[in-house]
Design a protein around this ligand. Structure first.
Ligand code: GLU
Length: 467
């Protein structure tokens, strides 16, 4: 039975890199009828926040990643203590009383000798005894894992292939702090054992932690899961993706008007491929996903491609759904949507032309409130000589049956009667009524804006028209 997990630390927003790893783990578990677990690694008491836990849960929900859990490490302290005791009893761990100052001084000396700073094992029982060290009265020790001195650790990474790291590279790491809170490398092993993970998949910033964790599995006498390390996401400039490249928080994409299926599709494809497929549903991802096709090199984040995908999904999306998504943006923009055209019809007219819901809402504003045309547009389109034709159109529009076909007929007959070319009339009309030069077809646009508004806006604009 496949079991995978996502184990974020709630110390900020949900990063899209984390979301991508979560997505891969989720898709893999789904594909094999297994279980995907969410575990919140909240042991960093200073940096963990409730708001960040919320952002993780909201982000997972928005992306549609369902899970078993969430589990919280801070609710499992007894378990870490119990397994640390087991390691103490079997001689794989020992208490260390070295103070921070002492450890700083040790590292200072190592650096001075051009050595890599590492814990020197001074509280290993045999060393402490030889040096005559005695536990200071009343001091709470940390627990250190006794890493093997010799040999090497090898695993077959499901993404990167075989990786070997020598034990001489590793030192005796702290597994339990004096306050009983586990360090990352210990908490993660205890949890991955207890939660029966078959695959531990995470960002490749953790490659160096994996041999330490493997040694702990061995010391606990537990079988290993498979490990896989997903390469990082880089910005366009090749630097690790960060805020200065744009939005990196999942929820920010919601706020900017992306559809979750577009972000899921984009993240899935970013660093994994299935043939030439660029646009695919979540169901297809689940059907196709494997670790063999996760790229071994870092992926570059391409905001334009994400926008393109979002545009494709917006085009296909149901109008009622788009209307509900656009509504808060319009309300923020001061539009009273209830009093104007049905929003679903408006978004139906506009959705081919936008890349985000925010753009969709921006494009819909003139259906709900008057937008004053810019001086440049007026100068360009409010040309002398066209006023009589517009006045005639105004009169006709006051009388026609208010639907697209009749509006179109009225425009055409005025164009013909004044021997104009269509744009000569349609452009100023458009600018007068919408404040913009680009809109969907003018008849459909006017129909939705409504007769009363159209005539009022025309009247107002005609007053400032050159003769
Ligand atoms: N809490 C760790 C992180 O956010 C989890 C790494 C792992 O999946 O083991 O980086």
């Amino acid at each position: 039975m496949i079991r995978t997990r996502f184990a974020p630390s709630p110390t900020g927003y949900l990063h899209i890199g984390g979301a991508r790893t979560a997505l891969y783990c989720w898709a893999f578990a789904k594909k094999h009828g297994g279980t995907f677990v969410l575990r919140v690694e909240d042991t960093d008491r200073e940096r963990s926040t409730e708001a960040s836990v919320r952002a993780i849960l909201d982000g997972m929900q928005w992306l549609g990643l369902d899970y078993e859990g969430p589990y919280f490490q801070m609710q499992r302290l007894d378990r870490y203590r119990a397994l640390a005791d087991q390691l103490l009893a079997s001689g794989h761990a020992y208490p260390c009383y070295a103070t921070r100052d002492e450890l700083d001084a040790m590292r200072e000396q190592q650096r001075a000798r051009n050595e890599k700073p590492r814990y020197d094992g001074r509280w290993r029982p045999e060393n402490a005894q030889r040096a005559g060290l005695k536990p200071p009265a009343g001091a709470q020790p940390v627990i250190r894992f006794r890493n093997p001195d010799a040999g090497e650790v090898t695993w077959h990474d499901v993404i990167k292939g075989p990786i070997t790291i020598a034990n001489s590279e590793l030192d005796d790491l702290v597994i339990l702090r004096a306050d009983g809170i586990p360090t990352y490398n210990f908490g993660v092993v205890v949890d991955d054992i207890d939660m029966q993970m078959t695959h531990v998949i995470r960002g490749d910033d953790h490659v160096n932690n994996t041999p330490r964790q493997i040694n702990i599995y061995h010391a606990l006498g537990q079988p290993l899961p498979l490990f896989g390390h997903v390469p990082m996401i880089l910005g366009q400039d090749g630097e690790r993706l960060s805020k200065r490249h744009g939005a990196v928080s999942v929820m920010q994409y919601l706020e900017e008007g992306y559809l979750p299926e577009a972000l899921v599709n984009y993240l899935a494809r970013l660093g994994w491929s299935h043939g030439d497929n660029e646009k695919f549903s979540c169901e297809k991802l689940v059907e196709w996903f494997d670790f063999e096709h996760v790229s071994r090199s870092p992926a570059r984040f391409d905001p334009d491609k994400l926008r393109w995908l979002n545009q494709q999904y917006i085009k296909e999306a149901d109008n009622e759904r788009l209307a509900a998504l656009a509504l808060p943006f319009l309300q923020r923009d001061g539009c009273t949507v209830e009093r104007g055209a049905p929003l679903a019809s408006v978004v139906g007219l506009l959705k081919e032309r936008v890349s985000t819901i925010e753009e969709l809402a921006d494009a819909a504003v003139y259906f709900y409130r008057e937008l004053e045309p810019s001086e440049a547009l007026r100068q360009q389109h409010y040309v002398a000589g066209i006023k009589p034709a517009l006045e005639e159109l105004q009169m006709r529009l006051a009388g026609v049956e208010w639907n697209r076909a009749h509006i179109n007929e009225a425009v055409k007959s005025v164009v013909a009667g004044h021997k104009l070319k269509m744009p000569k009339l349609a452009m100023p009309l458009r600018v007068m009524v919408t404040g913009e030069a680009q809109t969907p077809s003018i008849d459909a646009t006017l129909e939705l804006i409504g007769r009363e508004q159209v005539l009022a806006r025309m009247k107002k604009q005609l007053q400032s028209f050159p003769v």
